[in-house]
Design a protein around this ligand. Sequence first.
Ligand code: 6GU
Length: 259
Amino acid sequence: MKRPKPRLKKRLKQRPKRRRLRAKRQTIVMRVDVLTLFPRMFESPLGHSILKRAQDVGLVQIALADIRDFAADSYRKVDDKPYGGGPGMVMMPGPVFDCFEHVQKLSPEKGRVILLTPQGQRFDQKKALALSKEKRLILITGKYEGFDERIRIGLDAEQISIGDYVLNGGELAAMVIIDAVVRLLPGALGDEDSTKDDSFSEGLLEYPQYTRPEIFRDMKVPDILLSGDHAKIAEWRCQQALERTKKWRPDLLGDNKKE
Ligand code: 6GU
């Protein structure tokens, strides 16, 4: 005989809790404004996973401003040939300043102003942590050929790069920064501890992780992780993190020989 289904309330109780999706309303911790020529590039990264949830619960407010809306002419021109000659086009100061001044008035907080450029200081976990303490970030992205120098000077902007290579524009770099910073905001990950053991957060790579099954294609989970001895596990993880850092990223330990 078929067993009757448990009543709805009971069934709901039996379902595993989806802790990570539980949306608890938060007070806004940070506002991020992005000035860009391509606001639509941000739709997908901001519309998924942690970044989406952080906005949905009100932890972070991310606003996009289209620099082209502040162009002075009907062609919506925002860049021009460099004085002195040379290839490529340079972002004109007018539209960026007008866009910036409009954006700054959208919130009373002054904000930390960041220009995304390969000439900037290299972004890393330490910088992400520092930025995560700010109430407001204003990120200015542009074409890789560069900004008219008066933008950096006039807006007193700090310059950040995400690595030693050239991207077509600062948009992807801005998304990388937003992703790395927002996950550090308190409550963004649901589980408060989960950024603590991240790679780089202690200046080391992360220890190796395993999940079920215990044996996969003849590869076994290290016995120590099944031992239940938490002190030993912590010691093993610490040792593993150090070993992998030595092997794969000795530069993090101040040894630049292998870099
Ligand atoms: Cl922030 N912008 C561009 N255009 N290229 C980069 C970068 C930024 N960081 C690394 N490469």
